[in-house]
Design a protein around this ligand. Sequence first.
Ligand SMILES: N=CN[C@@H](CCC(=O)O)C(=O)O
Length: 301
Amino acid sequence: MTMEDSDALGWRSIADLVGDHPDAPVALIGAGLNERSLTPGRCDLGPRAFRAVLPRFSTYDVETGAELSTRIHDAGDLPLKALSPADAFEPVRDAVAGQGRRALTVLIGGNNAITRPGVHALGLAKGLSSAGLLTLDAHFDLRDTDQGLTNGNPVQALLEDGLDGRRISQIGLAPFANTRRAHDKAKAAGISVRTARDCRQRGLAAVATEELDRLSALCDVLYVDFDIDVIDRSQWPASPGARPGGVSAQDFFDAARVIGAHPKVRVVDLTEYDPSLEIGDLGSLTAGRWFCELLAGFETR
Ligand SMILES: N=CN[C@@H](CCC(=O)O)C(=O)O
């Protein structure tokens, strides 16, 4: 008997909450942007792998007693095949902005270049000056843009677009995976930077909470980029940029719950998941659990 066949035992899956629900408070968009990754791969397969795993998650959280029931509008997958980050800008921005009435829009990447148009969608109504950005990422993503947009420079591009660095928090930065120049750029821009060690020692959720509080005082609405390479490579190997020494998957889940609960968080993305690097189903199961945690947090708003 598969889990999907086991209705008689009361199994209800997260996948049952996802569908054509025009009035749902949460929207899901697949954004499998794959071009101009610094490490070429198949991040375009992320949305499909993510959707496929959802039937394996129950709506019941045995640790809190919560039964998830939030309806999620499935806005489908964007046709981004072979598009550069520059050409994907408008389709991604407009798709996210089109869900603007939702309390929360979840963008499943795709490489990290989806973050820039996602933030722009959030700022469309009032301009970028209303928006803030929190990244959970091993990297600054502050590489120069003179060679064009890549998955290594969405934050740099946003600074150049006019996003005030003081409205950016970056947590989970990994040692020996970034340059001094990028760190200096972050400091000069006023970005709040928290290292992987800080996050491991204090807990990613605690650090995320502090940074959300800081950003909330400055911003009307917040965007959160969950780049999975913040996680220790042993726990999510299907990520080109992940290294040993990252945060734990459990920490990532705990952070997703507090972030999902925050009322100013309006758009989140999950980036850099490359299913072609998958070992078994480790990455897809981690992505699915992340989504459950996000929803569990959301239901406490
Ligand atoms: N967002 C990811 N940034 C990484 C690149 C990951 C890769 O494609 O290897 C970086 O800038 O180093």
